[in-house]
Design a binder for this molecule. Sequence first.
Ligand code: ADP
Ligand code: MG
Length: 355
Amino acid sequence: MKKREKFDFENLLEHLPYGVLYLNDDKIVYINSASESILGLSREKILSKSIYSQQFSDKLKDTFRKLKDSGKTARLYEENFVNYFGKKYILNVHFVPVITKNINYLLLIEDYSFLKEVEKKSNEYSNIEKLSTLFASMAHEIKNPLGVIKGTIQLVEKQSLPLDSEALNIIISEVNRIEKVIQELLNYSNPQRVNEEYVNIHQILDKSIVSLTSLAKEKSVMIFKEYDTTLPNFLADPETLYRALFNVIKNAIEACSYNGKVVISTKVNVDLRYKSSTKDVNYVSIEIADNGEGMSEEDLKRIFTPFFTKKAGGTGLGMVYVQKVVLDHNGFLNIWSMPKEGTKVSIYLPMKGAM
Ligand code: ADP
Ligand code: MG
């Protein structure tokens, strides 16, 4: 019989992309270089040491303790392995028995850390995430009208005003809004459409201002209107526009200190007239300017990030909603802000179908 060629197993193990530890009882008697880099220790520091003295989890040590004399195989995930240098790993560890006079064990260690990235990515795009954002934004849209109702009732109560038709109208219209939001939630299975009709943008702005009267009064914030009365009606969704403008004006009032000032202005934007892809569509620009606390550059960058808020009771979804509504209308928006000086939100909407 041909003599079996001698094979350099040790050299093979050294080049294996898996960590290999060979254990005699609980003592580490061999370790390859992949193991060294996972553990973050040189073999001199590890050899003849007990597996129990290494930085493995209690779960791994217990598994080995139970397995040791059984001769069985096992596999487990070390989900939070932290090596000597503090580097984190996810490990997939196989326990392979090697039966000689006694039972020794070979530990095969695979680096599964890439799973974390995969998991993170899939979480980022998971439907659950999208759903929870949607629910939170719906809750926000219910909280706003509830705040208006509460504010109106408190104003009536505090100043012993009669609950007259003006106050009742505000309450009823806000209740209708909540009803509509809930309806939208129920309709969610259908993609959201823009329900277009001819709107008077000033009526929508006025409606938002009226809804925020009690908040403005409470903070003694003055609201000034500078409307371009020659603006034509145009096609837009009055409901979503109302909610978006409400959010922007509410932010402006909230940013103001006592005796602050909010200026709401509209005009046909002459500069954008020719930039539009459809020649005959002009843009209206709606500006909401406040002389409130303003924002730092970093905060301004995060204003459209869901849940970014600096307010105690804030949700950080208002501006996300504003951006969505403006984009749904094929418009765009621009924000100028300076700490301690104020903020100016400019919304540009194409005046679709305007005559
Ligand atoms: P929320 O009002 O619930 O905090 P928003 O999305 O409406 O959520 O706003 C996010 C954050 O952007 C606010 O918390 C605030 O820090 C900042 N912000 C928005 N509008 C203004 C403004 N007019 N002036 C200053 N900061 C603002
Ligand atoms: Mg807000």
